[in-house]
Design a protein. Structure first.
Length: 618
């Protein structure tokens, strides 16, 4: 099933996909990159960074300078590009604003919010470094990487447990990982990946050492760690732990490739090397079979026996300390026999149970997640109890329904999650019954809710508004990531999304020829509209040609209209003149040229009314 991937499609908007594909291909082939700053500071990359940042909800959060994406949106395209280029020429990041986010255990998670201009700089670097790093990253790490998800990680865990019969797992918890990354080691690791542009490395060093403004106003100057909240931080975290991935893989998965005299290789009918044959030979030796599955700093190592697990645990702890200068939390690090106890991973708890003389996976929500979800839904029910008016009631029930759907979407890949959902439903239903006046029958107008929950007897209505049941959910098997999926190869992108049905020559013309003295927001939205309207005029439906494309403000700027996406529409030059025409002769001339039907004239009149002009009589 093809799905649209936002980052995959946006690279096409500024003709940057070819650049990223080339970086990925060169990195695979072992190229050393020494002149990346030319690409990073290019106009196309800087404009693409604005597009990627503006669609992030966090773009409206301000840093210490009190500015957000709206302040950049007002700049002309040339001014915006020039400001970012000046930052690259002599980079000194502003202080990072520290925010403390409450955690479920009562503690807080420190979050660093860079200034918006520094976020743009980080995004520019990310767009160039990510394809290079993706070519060097190990396949079994899933966190903060494009086209990979929690679901893929859980699928790999279940495969190792059930199909590979690995019943022991080593759980390792790195103490304060993001706060303890060694800067010198990180820069050396980036260099080892082939990223050897010294100016770029100096900019990254400056980012890592950016001062942090604490909530009480004090300034902190970090000597280690990467700030959580920085755009580049997740990629840098993966760079740090990528070395661990490959080290674990070298102990077993890649071991045949590293032998001077490997076992005699066998090949199947399709010509692929039969590694299973070589692993069977290896199992007769003293080598320890092990496989790693990692999601950011949370990882598990699977093995066959308890004695192997004990040795692997000791080796990994020593390796992390010696090579990465990272300390392990002894309380949270241990060995689990998956046939006897659950092991927690990414909010799930997973173990093996015997069924029909076979060991099968039993996956559920972890206990903390069940309690946290129950409390979260009950608190929302309490808000529904005393709304200020019907609009607030509707809004709060919608928030509750979206929370339920989000929880179900995340946890439904656990095969026994229905037991947990039923437990939560029992607790929540009791609160709903005690606090709200509900009806057991009603209508569901929303198509999505009707299709998903319409047959449930657990549905309830408050003032005719449906409240969906968390207990009504069917589990499904987690899906593994397809090997071919890759947003940096043409073949891999075909599995991800369907290319926009537009003339790319026209789209590239719009990118390369922005309207002068217009804001970066206006010019960027003009490109978005061209794709959204499939390259056609919004009134006539005819294809738009170069030189005849006009971007119309629905509410004119002199009447308070903005350059926001919702206030813009693409039309042909003749239609645009007709929208603004006030003379009878001009209106008649263009009507005879365009030959609009009743529906098209109706659309046209809506735009004329918004501009406070007289409707055209049909």
């Amino acid at each position: 099933m093809k799905r649209n991937n936002h980052k995959s499609t946006t690279a096409n908007y500024y003709d940057f996909q070819k650049v990223q594909d080339k970086l990925y291909s060169d990195s695979l082939n072992g190229k050393i990159f020494k002149h990346l700053m030319d690409i990073i500071s290019s106009r196309e990359n800087i404009e693409l960074a604005y597009r990627n940042i503006k669609q992030n909800k966090g773009s409206h959060t301000s840093g210490v300078d009190k500015q957000n994406i709206d302040d950049l949106a007002k700049l002309s395209e040339n001014d915006y590009v020039e400001i970012i280029r000046r930052k690259f020429s002599n980079y000194h990041p502003k202080a990072v604003r520290r925010v403390e986010i409450p955690k479920p255990n009562g503690k807080v998670r420190p979050l660093g919010i860079p200034c918006i201009s520094d976020r743009i700089v980080q995004q520019c670097i990310l767009q160039v470094l990510e394809p290079i790093c993706e070519a060097k990253f190990y396949d079994k790490s899933y966190g903060f990487r494009p086209n990979r998800s929690t679901e893929n990680a859980i699928a790999e865990v279940e495969r190792l447990m059930q199909r590979s019969h690995l019943h022991y797992v080593v759980d390792v918890d790195i103490k304060g990982f993001f706060d303890n990354v060694n800067h010198r080691k990180l820069i050396r690791q980036i260099w080892t990946l082939g990223i050897q542009d010294t100016k770029l490395l100096q900019i990254i060093k400056q980012m890592l050492k950016a001062p942090v403004k604490l909530p009480n106003g004090d300034m902190q100057y970090p000597k280690k760690g990467t700030p959580q909240g920085g755009i580049l931080s997740p990629l840098l975290a993966n760079v740090v732990l990528n070395e661990l991935d490959w080290w674990v893989a070298s102990q077993w998965v890649l071991f045949p490739n590293e032998l001077k005299n490997p076992p005699k290789a066998q090949y199947n009918q399709k010509g692929y090397r039969n590694m299973g044959h070589e692993y069977r030979i290896m199992r007769k030796t003293n080598l320890k079979e092990m496989y790693i599955v990692r999601y950011a700093d949370d990882f598990k190592i699977f093995c066959k026996t308890k004695s192997d697990a004990i040795k692997i645990k000791t080796a990994v702890i020593d390796w992390l300390s010696y090579r990465l200068k990272l300390e392990v939390s002894k309380d949270k690090t241990g060995i689990t026999n998956l046939k006897r106890r659950y092991s927690e991973f990414l909010g799930f708890k997973i173990k093996l149970q015997t069924k029909c003389n076979k060991s099968v996976v039993n996956a559920r929500m972890c206990d903390k997640a069940v309690q946290r979800t129950t409390d979260k839904l009950i608190n929302q029910i309490k808000l529904i109890q005393h709304p200020e008016d019907k609009a607030k009631l509707y809004q709060r029930i919608n928030v509750y329904n979206s929370m339920v759907m989000g929880i179900q979407n995340y946890y439904q890949i656990a095969n026994n999650v229905c037991r947990d959902f039923n437990k939560i439903q029992f607790a929540v239903s009791r609160v709903i019954k005690n606090r709200l006046t509900v009806a057991k029958k009603g209508e569901v107008q929303n198509v999505i809710l009707r299709e998903r929950y319409g047959n449930s007897a657990q549905m309830r209505w408050v003032n005719g508004i449906p409240i969906v049941p968390i207990g009504y959910c069917k589990s499904r098997n987690p899906m593994s990531k397809k090997a071919i999926v890759n947003q940096y190869t043409p073949e891999g992108r075909k599995e991800l999304f369907k290319p926009p049905d537009v003339d790319f020559g026209v789209m590239y013309y719009l990118m390369q020829n922005p309207i002068q003295n217009r804001s970066i927001e206006y010019n960027d939205n003009r490109i978005s509209l061209y794709c959204a309207q499939h390259g056609k005029c919004a009134i006539t439906g005819k294809k738009l040609e170069i030189g005849c494309i006009h971007c119309h403000h629905k509410l004119p700027k002199n009447m308070g209209g903005t350059d926001k996406y919702k206030n813009l529409i693409l039309v042909s030059d003749e239609v645009h003149r007709l929208i603004h025409s006030t003379k009878f002769e001009t209106v008649s001339e263009y009507l005879s040229k365009l030959k609009l039907d009743k529906e098209q004239i109706s659309k046209l009149n809506k735009l004329r009314v918004m501009a406070e002009l007289e409707e055209i009589k049909q």
